[in-house]
Design a protein around this ligand. Structure first.
Ligand code: ADP
Ligand code: MG
Length: 559
């Protein structure tokens, strides 16, 4: 509202919430910190799991930062930015999501203290930016090359990522699967497209029974009981069209005066279907993989021709099959010819528990692989899938980049020390911001220690000693043994890219939130969102949000 010549000018719609200046900043910072607090206890090998219940009562048990934030349906706009950080981190490098969010939360907390000391947010943002750029340089310096043709080295990377996942005794098994999968799908130029590794969950048995297959596994069963269940030297037709008589788009009525006409009608339909099957047969196929439906009668004719067929196969699976069998996906049956047929050494249906899967193995270009996850319940197999995803991502990262840093908070401590040295070369108030950035990074070893039940003050002192006196950038928290140590010697290493990205995205999120000094929120529409002011299990200490901006909706109260 502005007043000119005494008349108020109203520019915002009635009911619009507006917070400005310090209030807006403080609110945003608090919301961001609340998000970081929500995931903090999940960090590291001794991190706790979270049990999340969504609005329709579905339960997820997870230790994965990105998943936690995805499930808790955050409402505050600034908090949403941190959730976005986790998503970006997950999409780009696949790991380090909790790290990124925890660092961002700490950056915000330290920024608040600086704002209290009357340092302008613009100065803080500048300092943070400088510190983050410098951090990247320092990380590049302390990173060490990894022999990517050495399985043991790749296993270390995979195991470190899996350490913090709730997969119990299956850790080594999963690490090996991640390594084997990435080795199979890597190209000569070292690129690894992890979408070529499909993951299928089948409840039953135990996580250690999870299977790795060099080939494509489709979650479909053979359509007809009289079809073969196993085809050696398979010739595969890939079809993206329905094998059924098309229904007319509008209701047409045909008046029939003579019963023989009905029969002629039916016969005509049958012969059309039969012709489709003949077409498949003539192209030389003994296996038919169809993206659409196959009706009963066609199934019957296919079975008569001894052709194995599956229907309603996912598009992504069709593409993988085309790639690995050398076949071409055809969109009308009339097009199908011998040149479109793909091959595989073996196509077979296997029974897994009560369900059946189709295995297409021994393909000419075996670039697609499959992982069939087994486990006692959906909660277990879901978390296992997330774990394997992280494993695949870190192995991919290191194959593509070839460099790693030690884990256990070692690089963060090294960065804190070096950044403080760097800050001395920067004059003015920005120096304070760079120092704050350095202090913020200590949150990682501190949290790892705390989550491991260790005395974090003691541990931090020992870490600094190791880095300063012994000048060893690999000294970190050996969480499992409850002391500090050379984490690389212990085999705990992470891809350089994961660390760089975690720090970069944490810093960017903090900078983004700090730059905001005006929040204008439109009035919520009735019936949408449905958040009464003050509702939603806001974590203690994060109150004071303006009504109508919501808290963190649907947050389970135990966090
Ligand atoms: P994020 O989502 O950030 O990957 P995690 O819960 O996976 O979070 O924890 C990652 C942190 O745990 C990293 O700092 C990593 O170095 C550390 N870590 C993993 N294994 C160990 C270990 N055996 N000892 C100490 N730290 C470990
Ligand atoms: Mg991790």
């Amino acid at each position: 509202m502005a007043t000119m010549t005494g008349t108020p000018v109203i520019i915002l719609k009635e009911g619009t919430e507006r917070t400005r200046g310090k209030d807006a900043q403080r609110n945003n910072i608090m919301a961001g910190r609340a998000v970081a607090d929500a995931v903090r206890t999940a960090l590291g090998p001794r991190g706790m799991d979270k049990l999340l219940v969504d609005s329709i009562g579905d339960v997820v048990i997870t230790n994965d930062g990105a998943t936690i934030l995805d499930e808790i349906e955050v409402q505050h706009p600034a908090a949403k930015m941190l959730v976005q950080v986790a998503k970006t981190q997950d999409d780009d490098v696949g790991d380090g999501t909790t790290t990124a969010v925890v660092i961002a939360g700490e950056l915000l907390k330290r920024a608040e203290a600086l704002i209290d000391k009357k340092i302008h947010p613009t100065i803080i943002v500048k300092g943070y930016k400088k510190a983050s750029d410098e951090a990247e340089k320092i990380l590049e310096r302390i990173a060490e090359p990894v022999d990517i043709n050495n399985d043991d080295e790749l296993m270390k990377i995979a195991r470190t990522a899996l350490n913090s996942k709730a997969v119990g005794g299956a850790r080594d098994h999963f690490a090996k699967i991640a390594v084997d999968a990435c080795k199979s799908i890597r190209e000569d130029d070292r690129t690894v497209d992890i979408d070529l590794a499909s993951i299928i969950q089948k409840q039953g048995k135990a996580l250690t029974d999870t299977e790795f297959i060099k080939g494509v596994v489709i979650d479909k069963e053979v359509v007809h009981p009289r079809m073969p269940l196993k085809v050696v030297n398979a010739k595969i037709a890939l079809l993206n069209a329905a094998l059924e008589i098309k229904k007319t788009e509008f209701d047409a009525k045909i008046r029939i005066s003579d019963p023989t006409t009905v029969q002629a009608f039916i016969d005509e339909e049958h012969s059309m279907l039969k012709e489709m099957v003949t077409k498949v047969k003539e192209a030389g196929a003994n296996v038919l993989i169809c993206q659409k439906g196959i009706d009963d009668l066609t199934q019957h004719y296919l079975a008569q021709e001894n052709i194995l067929a599956v229907r309603r196969v996912k598009k992504s699976d069709m593409e993988k099959l085309a790639k690995s069998t050398g076949g071409r996906i055809i969109s009308t049956i009339e097009e199908l010819g011998p040149e479109d047929i793909g091959t595989a050494g073996l196509v077979s249906e296997k029974k897994i528990g009560d369900e059946k899967l189709l295995y297409i193995e021994e393909c000419p270009t075996p670039k697609a692989v499959s992982i069939v996850i087994r486990g006692g319940s959906k909660y277990v197999t879901d978390e296992a899938e997330r774990a394997i995803h992280d494993g695949l991502c870190v192995v991919r990262d290191v194959i593509q980049d070839g460099r790693a840093v030690a884990g256990g908070g070692a690089p963060e401590i090294e960065l804190a020390i070096r950044l403080r040295e760097y800050s001395e070369r920067i004059s003015g108030r920005e120096q304070l911001a760079i120092e704050a950035f350095a202090d913020s990074l200590e949150i990682i070893p501190k949290t790892l220690a705390e989550n491991g039940g260790l005395d974090s003050i003691d541990i931090l002192a020992q870490l600094k000693e190791g880095h300063k006196t012994d000048r060893n950038p690999r000294i970190g928290v050996d969480v499992l043994a409850g002391k500090t140590g050379d984490l690389k010697d212990l085999g705990v290493i992470e891809p350089l890219g994961v660390k760089i990205q975690a720090i970069r995205s944490a810093s960017e999120a903090a900078e983004l939130i700090l730059r905001i000094d005006d929040v204008i929120a439109s009035k919520e529409l009735k019936g949408e969102g449905g958040m009464p002011p003050g509702a939603g299990g806001m974590p203690p200490g994060a109150g004071g949000m303006p009504p109508g901006m919501g808290g963190m909706g649907g947050m389970p109260p135990m966090m």
